[in-house]
Write a protein that binds this ligand. Structure first.
Ligand SMILES: Cc1cc2nc3c(=O)[nH]c(=O)nc-3n(C[C@H](O)[C@H](O)[C@H](O)COP(=O)(O)OP(=O)(O)OC[C@H]3O[C@@H](n4cnc5c(N)ncnc54)[C@H](O)[C@@H]3O)c2cc1C
Length: 522
């Protein structure tokens, strides 16, 4: 199995073709967007839209967001189903959890992303792929959310939605069930609510520590922050915790931060950030240690209790009292995926993920289910093809797949064929579009999904970051330190999904630089 970052050979024509395709895709999306504006005007005037095929999209994360930005709403009635009514810029969750940016600055609601898309607030809990329906458990009204789960389950409202096309982009969940006590006592960092909880907990631990006797074991416990998992999320969070402690320490002159506060990053592997090349992994370790983060490599969390957890290194066990522990080690499929896979033939299974082909169609070998009627993308899926290229579970992959799937559907390929072929009849009265697709894009047969790796970034605290910049297989440089942090900031700012977010994030950074992090506990 090849990792996608493996550089076999760098082909200049391939790079040029990637650039050209990127530009042409952007032009195609811009035309779709411009047409959407005219449909919006028509809708506002008449309150009606023409009869169209229905696409149901499950999820409102990276894959879904890219999809609904590109889908042609003149051709499709698009319904997004998700328990969360917004997209979240996940790479900035560690910053949000530690008060460097505000949550609302890095989110965009589904309805704002594309006002002509319908949104249903709920979770898909069943599917009939033959009848083409999805059953959705609607999100309970707030009165239930405040009461117990049981009351809600007896009164759960279900809605069945018919589709012509289903797009599954449900992502994954945090895998904290593998270690006893982790799911009960550890914080997570996957969605905005997790960041809200974590930020609240941080302020709370400092307040409680301030009430505890100086140098007491209780104060030290409260100010011990453990992060489990040495991937990008864990490393960034450890770096942000270290910054947070230094920053808000000014507000707690009675606490001796050097002696009484600790950030521990525990990782079962021998190196941090396996996604990066070797020198960068070592740089991450150096930078974190320079910030005062204790990095425990080759160490597992054996069990988590309410106020202490157990580190295990071979046979050696160590009790670590903690104030906050965050689980950033591994992911597992969403509960709905098991139901989905049960309803599909065995060919659709890639372990506990959905197997898709080169065109992101779920692999179906059962003639009762229409080939191409279900597409899957992002973290919940895995491309299975002859190349055996393993795509990472990242926002980059999910968003490129989301945009690809929307373009695939916009162009009206006959997805029941392999390879999918352009339905030329659909273009009989559109010579320009026909020429664009057949001649310029050479897309009468649907092109396969091609991931364009643009590199990887990670913040390590203290105003330092790591960056590996690539264009496909072409390495464009590896950077570390404050220059890389500048790059990190510029990339995350430009990659925000809307101008509104760019402006808000800029103001948040400015506020934080001028006045420090806000520890108001709301
Ligand atoms: C803290 C953090 C930092 C990260 N940093 C980076 C980074 O720097 N770079 C990078 O490339 N990647 C990063 N990632 C990974 C990236 O966020 C994921 O790879 C990406 O979100 C995957 O997109 P997706 O659309 O597949 O799933 P998600 O974005 O997770 O979206 C899944 C959606 O499905 C919804 N859903 C779940 N169950 C159901 C259901 N039953 N019915 C309907 N909807 C459902 C969820 O509510 C959610 O809206 C980070 C992730 C985290 C958590």
């Amino acid at each position: 199995m090849k990792q996608h970052s493996t550089i076999d050979k760098i082909s200049i024509p391939e790079v040029a073709s990637d650039v050209a395709n990127g530009v042409l895709d952007t032009m195609e999306d811009a035309v779709t967007h411009a047409r959407r504006l005219s449909v919006t005007a028509q809708y506002q005037e008449t309150g009606m839209l023409p009869e169209r095929k229905t696409i149901v999209v499950l999820g409102s994360g990276w894959g879904s967001h890219a999809f609904i930005k590109v889908i042609d709403v003149r051709k499709y009635n698009c319904i997004v189903v998700s328990p969360i009514n917004h997209f979240c810029f996940t790479p900035m969750l560690p910053s949000a959890a530690s008060g460097n940016v505000e949550y609302r600055s890095m989110t965009e609601t589904v309805r704002r992303s594309n006002p002509l898309v319908e949104y249903v607030e709920g979770s898909a809990n069943d599917i009939d792929p033959v009848a083409k329906t999805v059953t959705v458990a609607l999100t309970p009204p707030e009165k239930y959310q405040r009461r117990n789960e049981e009351a809600f389950e007896n009164d759960q409202e279900l809605q069945t939605i018919s589709y012509d096309q289903l797009v599954v982009a449900c992502g994954v969940q945090v895998n904290d069930k593998i270690v006893p006590g982790a799911s009960k006592f550890c914080y997570r960092l996957k969605v905005v609510e997790d960041a809200v909880r974590l930020r609240r907990a941080l302020s709370s631990r400092f307040e409680r520590a301030a009430r505890s006797p100086k140098n007491s074991s209780e104060r030290k416990r409260l100010l011990t922050f453990v992060v489990a998992g040495g991937g990008p999320t864990g490393v960034e969070l450890a770096g942000e915790f270290s910054d947070f402690i230094k920053d808000i320490g000014r507000n707690f002159p009675g606490i001796n931060l050097d002696d009484e506060a600790r950030v521990i990053l525990v990782h079962s592997g021998s190196q941090l950030l396996q996604q990066f090349d070797m020198p960068q992994r070592e740089e991450a370790l150096r930078a974190l240690q320079a910030q005062g983060v204790e990095v425990r490599l080759n160490t597992r969390v054996g069990e988590v209790f309410e106020e202490h957890l157990v580190f295990q290194q071979n046979e050696k066990k160590e009790d670590i009292p903690y104030g906050i522990a965050v689980w950033c080690a591994g992911t597992a499929p969403q509960p709905f995926m098991e139901t989905l896979l049960d309803r599909l033939p065995q060919s659709a299974r890639a372990g506990r993920l959905v197997a898709v082909d080169d065109w992101l169609r779920v692999r179906l070998n059962d003639s009762s289910i229409e080939l191409g009627s279900i597409m899957a993308l992002g973290d919940c899926s895995r491309v299975i093809n002859d190349d055996e290229v393993f795509l990472p579970q990242t926002a980059q992959v999910a968003s490129q797949q989301g945009a690809y799937a929307a373009r695939f559907l916009n162009r009206a390929y006959d997805a029941t064929l392999t390879p999918p072929v352009l339905n030329q009849n659909a273009y009989s009265s559109k010579p320009l579009e026909k020429a664009w697709l057949n001649l310029l894009r050479q897309a009468s047969n649907a092109p396969k999904f091609n991931f364009l790796n643009l590199g990887i970034l990670a913040y390590v605290g203290g105003g330092e970051a790591l960056a590996e910049v690539k264009f496909g297989d072409l390495p464009l440089g590896a950077y570390a330190g404050s220059a890389a942090y500048l790059l990190w900031k510029s990339v995350y700012l430009t990659k925000q999904v809307a101008t509104r977010n760019r402006v808000l994030v800029t103001f948040d950074w400015l506020k934080c630089a001028l006045f420090g992090r806000d520890i108001t506990r709301l």
